[in-house]
Structure formats: structure tokens, C-alpha cells
Design a binder for this molecule. Structure first.
Ligand code: FAD
Length: 385
């Protein structure tokens, strides 16, 4: 037996013994996701136990170094773990901006003290982060941000406003882009971390037409931040911001792989009478298989630090288009029943709500138009890439 076979057998046995049965069922809605953090209300004892056990093993972040709360697994072992989790339908133990966005940026740009302080807490689901990038006048043109951060001797003083801050009202801490200098647009930005309970931080939820309120306006009024909470060099935060965005785009591109089930769309929809729809579903599955292969290749290259700079944008664009198509076909196959919004039979309009949510995929993390612009600049070697 090779080392990897032994690892697979041990992993399978551990998952069998530790993954609660309830955590092997598909999520009914977004509300089933486990976010962790100081104030998180777990849906069940099983959800809490699953996050804790995986966190203790470092398997919420299997490929992070063990010294920072990760599993210390090799890329091959990480893939085996994911395959074994998929094969029993195990839910992700933790959904976390700390894992998918801040963690990689801290691993690359953080001081040793920052890594020791924040990464193990992220891995164990003890701290929930939100992302303070967008502002009312700075979305796609992110470097146009105006939130002011002044050096006040022994602390920073932050004043300004963010918008579309997902789950800001539920987060413990924020990773935030602030303006520390006005001399240069890209060269005057810093990447700052601070506690959402700091005096002067307030949030106002934005209510959507769906009835949900996933994001907020976030206000900073004379917020004092300790000096050692800048990640990377002062005024060089744009490099950290871009690196983090590459990881955010990788995470969003993963939506193109569907909900993690190994099944094809044709298998999950079952028999389809309409031949045109059946052909569209078959074509979709071919694209989805090609995307899955491409995605695996991309993630291998990204982890090895060898990904082409256009790749995160390319994969984000392709993955979000694929996810939108998947849900359009699911709606088409469901007919008018799929439009049911608030009934028990439709699980609170699960299909329709998921379909509508996919529309946001091509906006969050940078719009599709902007991704295509980035790809063109890199591939055609245009200025500003
Ligand atoms: C579900 C969701 C969650 C989000 N969560 C967060 C979060 O947690 N934190 C956070 O900071 N932000 C978050 N955002 C905000 C998101 O990052 C911005 O909405 C996005 O960057 C676009 O910026 P904007 O809304 O200001 O649009 P704008 O920049 O005003 O763009 C408007 C339109 O113009 C187009 N456009 C703009 N510039 C160009 C260009 N150069 N070339 C071609 N077309 C262009 C855009 O593609 C778009 O169609 C979230 C957004 C969504 C939808």
C-alpha cells in the first residue's frame, strides 16, 4: 500500500467515525452553512461538533501549515480528503472569509505575530471576518477608495464608509482597505485589520427584494486601530488586496463545480421528456466536466505559485457563467413548480432563490466585464495588466 493509499484508508475511517449523519445530508438553504465566530448560533449540536472536530484536526484548512492550525497536508493528501468527504456527502464544516480570503493573504504578507494570532482562530472557526473593500464610489474602480486612515502617533484613526459588506453585522473582525496617502492612487492604500466591536464602527443592513439581508453599509467614525494591525507595508496594501482577490475569485469560481456532489446535472434532474432540454443538459454536463478538469489544474498551479496572472479572472468568469447556466436549466426542468416561492413543498423557494443568487456571482469579487478586461490586458499584454 502506498503512503497515499494508507492516508486514504485512515481518512475514510476517521470521517466514518466522526462525521455526524446530519452533516452528510445536502444543505436545505444558505441558512444551513456554518460560519462560526463569537456570536454564531449553531443550527444543531451536530453542526457545532463537526466544525470543532474538523478544526481540531486542522482539516477546515487541510493544506495550511500545522503550526498555524492547519492540517499540514500535501496537495495530494488534500485532494484525497476532499474526495473522501465528497463520497459520503459531507458538508463543508466551515464557511469562512477567513479561510478563503484573509488566510492566504496573511500566510504570504502577515508578520509571524499576526499569523500566530489570527490563523489558528480562523482554522478553528472562532473568529468570523468580513471584507471592507467596496465603497459607494469605489467598486470596480476599487483603488478609488476614500476611507481615510491617519497616523495618530500610537494608533491609526479611521473615518469613512464601506458598502455591500457581506455579513458585516454578524462579523467579529474586518479586513479593510484604507487610504493612508493621497499622493498616489494605488500607492496610498493600506490593508488594515480591526475588531468590529471597536468604538465608532456601525453597520446598517441592506434589505433585498428576496427578503434576505446578506450585506450592509458599514460606517467608521473616528475608529482607533492599534498600529500593529496593518498587514504588509503601509501604502503597499494594493499588493495584498490583489493577492486576496485572486483567492476570492478562485473561491467564487468553485461555484462552477456545483454543490460538491459528484453527480452530473443529468443525473440530478432525472428523466427529461423535452428533447431540446435534454440535449442542453447533456451539453452542460460536457462543459461542467471540462471545467472541473480545468479547475483542478488551476488550483494545483495556484497552490504551487505558478498560475498565470489571468487565470483567477478567467476561472471566475467561466465558473460563474457555468453556475448560472446550471440553475437556469434546473429551473427550466422544474417548470412552473420551480417558481414556487414560499411553500413547504418548495423548501421556502429553494430552487428559485438559488437561481436568483447566481446572478450575483458575476458581480461579487469583481464583475464579469471587469474580469474579461483583466484577462484581455494580461493575454494581449496591454498596459495596466
Ligand atoms: C453578493 C455580493 C456580495 C458582495 N460582498 C462584498 C463584500 O463582502 N465586501 C465588499 O467590499 N464588497 C462586496 N460586494 C461588492 C462587489 O465587490 C461590487 O459590487 C463589485 O466590485 C462591483 O462594483 P460596483 O457594484 O460598484 O459596480 P460598478 O463598478 O459601479 O459597475 C457597474 C457596471 O459597470 C461595469 N464596469 C465598471 N467598470 C468597468 C470597466 N472598466 N470595464 C467594463 N465594465 C465596467 C461593471 O461591470 C458593472 O456592470 C459584493 C457584491 C455582491 C453582489
Amino acid at each position: 500500500m502506498s503512503d497515499l493509499d494508507t492516508f486514504r484508508a485512515d481518512t475514510r475511517a476517521w470521517l466514518e467515525a466522526n462525521c455526524p449523519a446530519e452533516m452528510r445530508t445536502p444543505m436545505r438553504s444558505e441558512d444551513d452553512a456554518c460560519w462560526g465566530g463569537r456570536h454564531f448560533a449553531f443550527q444543531s449540536e451536530a453542526q457545532e461538533r463537526w466544525m470543532r472536530l474538523m478544526g481540531e484536526k486542522g482539516w477546515t484548512v487541510p493544506d495550511w501549515p500545522a503550526a498555524y492550525g492547519g492540517g499540514g497536508l500535501t496537495p495530494a493528501e488534500t485532494k484525497v480528503l476532499k474526495e473522501e468527504m465528497r463520497s459520503i456527502g459531507a458538508r463543508s464544516p466551515l464557511s469562512s472569509f477567513g479561510i478563503s480570503m484573509l488566510g492566504p493573504a496573511l500566510l504570504k504578507y502577515g508578520t509571524e505575530e499576526q499569523k500566530n494570532r489570527f490563523l489558528p482562530e480562523i482554522a478553528r472557526g472562532e473568529i468570523r471576518w468580513c471584507q471592507g473593500y467596496s465603497e459607494p464610489g469605489a467598486g470596480s474602480d476599487l483603488a478609488g477608495l476614500q476611507t481615510k486612515c491617519e497616523d495618530n502617533g500610537d494608533h491609526w484613526l479611521v473615518n469613512g464608509q464601506k458598502v455591500w459588506t457581506s455579513y458585516a453585522d454578524k462579523a467579529d473582525w474586518i479586513f479593510c482597505l484604507v487610504r493612508t496617502s493621497t499622493e498616489s492612487k494605488h500607492g496610498g492604500i493600506s490593508f488594515l485589520l480591526f475588531d468590529m466591536e471597536s468604538e465608532g464602527v456601525s453597520t446598517k443592513p441592506i434589505l433585498l427584494i428576496s427578503g434576505y439581508s446578506p450585506f450592509c453599509e458599514t460606517f467608521f467614525d473616528n475608529v482607533k486601530v492599534p498600529k500593529d494591525q496593518v498587514v504588509g507595508d503601509v501604502n503597499k496594501g494594493w499588493d495584498v488586496a490583489k493577492y486576496l482577490l485572486g483567492h476570492e475569485r478562485e473561491m467564487i469560481s468553485g461555484m462552477g463545480l456545483g454543490s460538491g456532489s459528484a453527480r452530473t446535472l443529468a443525473q440530478s434532474l432525472g428523466a427529461i421528456d423535452d428533447p431540446v432540454l435534454a440535449a442542453d443538459v447533456a451539453l452542460f454536463d460536457v462543459d461542467a466536466i471540462a471545467f472541473a478538469a480545468m479547475s483542478e489544474h488551476f488550483i494545483d498551479q495556484l497552490k504551487a505559485g505558478e498560475a498565470h496572472p489571468a487565470m483567477p479572472s478567467m476561472m471566475k468568469y467561466a465558473g460563474t457563467e457555468l453556475n448560472k447556466k446550471r440553475h437556469e436549466l434546473t429551473m427550466a426542468a422544474g417548470g412552473s413548480d420551480a417558481l414556487e416561492w414560499d411553500s413547504e413543498r418548495s423548501h421556502g423557494g429553494k430552487a428559485a432563490r438559488e437561481w436568483l443568487r447566481t446572478k450575483a456571482n458575476s458581480i461579487e469579487g469583481g464583475t464579469s466585464e471587469v474580469q474579461l478586461g483583466i484577462v484581455a490586458k494580461h493575454i494581449l499584454r496591454l498596459p495596466g495588466a
